[in-house]
Design a protein around this ligand. Structure first.
Ligand code: FAD
Ligand code: NAI
Length: 449
């Protein structure tokens, strides 16, 4: 027997479950298929939520042990890994329950199992056959496995496995200085583990503004993290990582190694080759409306490798549901906030100066140091600044990038201003709350007379 739905969704991450919620709320009959025990995908189970929860524990420990400048001193401050892990689990469980509740509320049928296509309108899962005019692939991604000799040893972990350790390493080597590597470097360094990051490129965080990346590296160095840049890992032994840089071979002692060199889209095992869905370098190719080359088959989130971020996956899901329910919609990628949740945080939205130059857009760049911001000085320590990127021709804001304190919370405002095509004048006329770090944007723009 074949069960018929309006929409079948494969994968219950922030792409799939948000799409299911929106489609259910619009009265559609939805099946949401997930092969793991818990809904929420990588984001809730191995990504955004557990890492931010652990980072909050590390920040609390670091603040408690470095409070002297604020007039606070404490003796014998200790970090309890098991307690931090317990808190992580309780945050996850609360959110897992919330998603289950939402699926129930919107009458989404959640089906456990590994789904694969039988034909372009039919999916098989757990011995059942389901059909729908629209099928949404939201199967996410998994850690990439670089072919490094020795990477299959028990002490070499990926970002999933390191979230479940029961004892801290003494010396952690991190292969890959991207977003995952830097967030874990910050977590472990703040709780006193000796951390060394080995990055293939000349600077960490290749996806962010170069000046911000360099400043973040300096701030992490100040917390004790060592970096080997422009260095290629050659092999991992029982107690070290052996790499080669411009000045020769480097041996980094390590009793634990984290490999985080990017992620691979989960486009395999779905039977996509049978129905002719087009892939590009392993990712499902989609247009700005999240359509694949096969009518009625849509794809969103990490499996499309457009931008491997939870909020992108969710918005893409909404774009698909809007179209299915008769409301034309498409993705706009020019104002998507990106954050590295280290201490200090790095956040950016829109074009960097280098990206604007590469696109041939003439820009004015204005900068404001947080050393001149009252709230920043009251609340935070370390370095911080903000850069705004404005078009030279009409003064429109096309990018904001900042490092310092908790800039992640500011990036929503930048996205709103970029989407609304705010100009220098609009920003000057907007009232910002005082004292907040947000004011740095206004101050930066007022340097233009
Ligand atoms: P996923 O979350 O990967 O979910 C896909 C789901 O599909 C999974 O549950 C999987 O089990 C299921 N699935 C796959 N194949 C099948 C199948 N054939 N049948 C049934 N089910 C299937 N992003 C942010 O925006 N902010 C952050 O702070 C952040 N931190 C991160 C930290 C780490 C350590 C990692 C690894 C990632 C982080 N990300 C963050 C990225 C974020 O987790 C992903 O971008 C997001 O989860 C992608 O959502 P998705 O719905 O596309 O896929
Ligand atoms: P990444 O692409 O951000 O960084 C990988 C880094 O590893 C790059 O700098 C690359 O040059 C380096 N590298 C690759 N091969 C190497 C090798 N053999 N030796 C040394 N260095 C090597 O990928 P990452 O950190 O794995 O994260 C994957 C994605 O997950 C991110 O791009 C992001 O989309 C998402 N994510 C988002 C977060 C957030 O929003 N805060 C947090 C964590 C992950």
């Amino acid at each position: 027997m074949t069960d018929t739905y309006d929409l079948i969704i494969i994968g219950a991450g922030p792409g799939g479950y948000v799409a299911a919620e929106r489609a259910g709320a619009a009265g559609k009959k939805v099946a949401l298929i997930e092969r793991e025990e818990h809904l929420g995908g990588v984001c809730l189970n191995w990504g955004c939520v557990p890492t931010k929860t652990l980072l909050a524990s590390a920040k609390a420990f670091y603040t408690a042990s470095h409070g002297e400048a604020y007039g606070v001193s404490a003796d014998n401050v200790r970090f309890h890994l098991a307690k931090a892990m317990e808190r992580k689990l309780s945050v996850q469980n609360q959110l897992r329950q919330g998603i289950r509740g939402l699926m129930k509320k919107f009458k989404v049928e959640v089906i456990a199992g590994q789904a694969s296509f039988t034909d372009a309108k039919t999916v098989s899962v757990a011995g059942r056959t389901l059909t729908a005019p629209d099928i949404l692939i939201a199967t996410g991604s998994r850690p990439a496995k670089p072919p490094i000799p020795g990477a299959d040893q028990a002490h070499v972990l990926n970002s999933d496995a390191i979230l479940n350790i029961t004892a801290l390493p003494k010396q952690l080597a991190i292969v890959g200085g991207g977003v995952i590597g830097l967030e874990f470097a910050c977590f472990f360094a703040q709780i006193g583990v000796k951390v060394t990051v080995i990055e293939f490129l000349p600077e960490v965080a290749p996806s962010v503004d170069a000046e911000l990346a360099k400043t973040l590296r300096g701030e992490l160095e100040a917390k004790g993290v060592a970096f080997h840049l422009g260095t290629k890992v050659e092999r991992i032994t029982a107690d070290a990582v052996v790499a080669k840089g411009a000045s020769g071979e480097v041996t980094v002692p390590a009793d634990m190694v984290l490999v985080c060199t990017g992620r691979t889209p989960n486009s395999d095992g779905l039977g996509l080759e049978k129905i002719g869905v087009e892939l590009r370098r392993g990712a499902i190719a989609v247009d700005e409306r999240c359509r694949t080359n096969i009518p009625g088959i849509w794809a969103i989130g990490d499996v499309t490798a457009k931008a491997m971020l939870a909020h992108v996956a969710s918005r893409q899901g909404e774009v698909v549901v809007n179209q299915i329910t008769g409301h034309p919609d498409h993705m706009r990628y020019h104002a998507i906030p990106g954050v590295i949740y280290t201490s200090p945080e790095v956040a950016g939205c829109g074009l960097t100066e280098a990206q604007a130059q590469a696109e041939g857009i003439a820009v004015t760049v204005v900068k404001w140091p947080f050393a001149a911001n009252g709230r920043f000085l009251a609340e935070y320590s370390g370095k911080g600044f903000l850069k705004a990127i404005l078009r030279k021709d009409d003064g429109r804001l096309i990018g904001v990038h900042a490092i310092g304190g908790a800039v992640s919370e500011m990036s929503f405002g930048w996205a709103a201003m970029i989407e609304a095509e705010f100009t220098v004048r609009d920003i000057k006329e907007l009232v910002f709350p005082h004292p907040t770090v947000n004011e740095a944007l206004r101050d930066a723009v007022f340097t233009l007379h």
